[in-house]
Design a protein around this ligand. Structure first.
Ligand code: GAL
Length: 349
């Protein structure tokens, strides 16, 4: 029998890279810079295929700051005008001067922090446990938040993300992971030929600045209907206004079920030789299709093509602080936050 392998090396800028290899020879590489996934390398037909977008050095992550593979917090997505209230107290966060909103917890948030890390090994899995204490008032958010994010690679080819946090004052908390999948392993290939399944009857409608409007819309008769699987192309080759507005997908899908019995989303590679199933206890997944156009960065010598990746950002939908029916992201002292998302790699053939 083979053995699980865990190794550690320097990633530059004081960051560390951990490589976790399971008995099926799947290797996941993660770094403490932003508690992020850097590589997910899967053997397919005797060849190694990296199915997530990532850079070669900590410096590139810092310079290019694309959120690739990072833990996002304290609050994923946009908080409109950076303002919210908890109970009767109003808060104003610093906003992006370009659009007046606060994205992904504000500038230099969880994705830019050096997280403390330790490793754990069981008979069937390897884990890296990342912790970060976000000080009271960081990026305008109240309360000191002690955050833990644990990445586990199992011998069943699951990448499990466990989130845990507690706070000493009422605050907002809605983390996610910003991994981009491209199951072809080729970042010069658009994901338009990937297949997507999402068990969601409704999406949250967005405005031209990608904030949610408060409307939840049925996917029936729209390009958002992935309930029986569909090619990603259906959201690119369409005149449907919500897709044209963002040039693809940048939308919360409201999931029809939560939990780990059956997947809420599945992405399948164009050659149908590989798929990734997503399981979560969160009520929504934001799917963004990397419409960077000419702004796409170089990844390991290859320029990322427009629509070169798909995110599956599990969370409570953005808009929760403004609208009824979007869920609740307030975290109170003594009631810790806990959630789990699993991405399971499957060979289809
Ligand atoms: C997504 C967000 C997009 C874009 C991206 C980061 O989660 O919804 O609009 O900002 O992050 O490039």
């Amino acid at each position: 029998m083979k053995r699980l392998k865990l190794s550690k090396k320097n990633f530059g800028e004081t960051a560390v890279l951990y490589s976790l290899t399971n008995d099926a020879d799947v290797t996941m590489t993660v770094t403490d810079l932003g508690a992020r996934i850097v590589d997910l390398i899967v053997p397919v037909d005797g060849k190694s295929r990296n199915i997530v977008l990532g850079f070669d050095s900590a410096k590139e992550y810092l310079d290019k700051d694309m959120y690739f593979g990072a833990t996002i917090g304290r609050v994923a997505g946009r908080i409109k005008n950076g303002s919210f209230a908890i109970d009767t107290q109003n808060y104003q966060l610093p906003v992006d001067p370009k659009n007046g909103h606060t994205l992904h917890g504000g500038l230099d948030s969880f994705e830019a922090k050096m997280w403390a890390s330790e490793t754990k090994e069981t008979d069937n899995s390897l884990s890296v446990i990342f912790t970060y204490t976000s000080p009271d008032g960081e990026n305008g958010f109240p309360g000191e938040v002690k955050a833990t994010v644990t990445y586990t690679l199992t011998n069943d080819n699951e990448w499990i993300i466990d989130y845990y946090a507690d706070t000493d004052k009422p605050t907002l908390y809605n983390p996610t992971n910003h991994v981009y999948f491209n199951l072809s392993g080729d970042v010069t290939q658009s994901v338009d030929q990937h297949e997507l399944f999402v068990d969601a009857d409704r999406i949250a409608v967005v405005d031209s600045d990608t904030t949610v409007t408060g409307e939840l819309r049925s996917v029936i008769d729209t390009p958002f209907d992935f309930r029986n699987s569909g090619k990603m192309n259906q959201v690119f080759q369409t005149t449907y206004e919500q897709n044209q507005l963002v040039n693809g997908l940048d939308h919360p899908f409201m999931l029809n079920h939560v939990g780990f019995e059956k997947p809420q989303a599945i992405i399948t590679a164009p050659e149908k030789d590989l798929s990734v199933e997503m399981y979560t206890d969160r009520p929504a997944v934001v799917i963004f299709t990397a419409q960077f156009g000419e702004e796409g960065p170089e990844l390991r010598g290859n320029k990322l093509v427009n629509h070169g990746g798909i995110t599956l950002e599990t969370q409570v939908s953005p808009g929760a602080v403004e609208f009824e029916g979007f869920g609740d992201i307030v975290l109170y002292p003594k009631t810790p936050y806990q959630s789990r998302t699993i991405y399971k790699i499957k060979e289809v053939q």
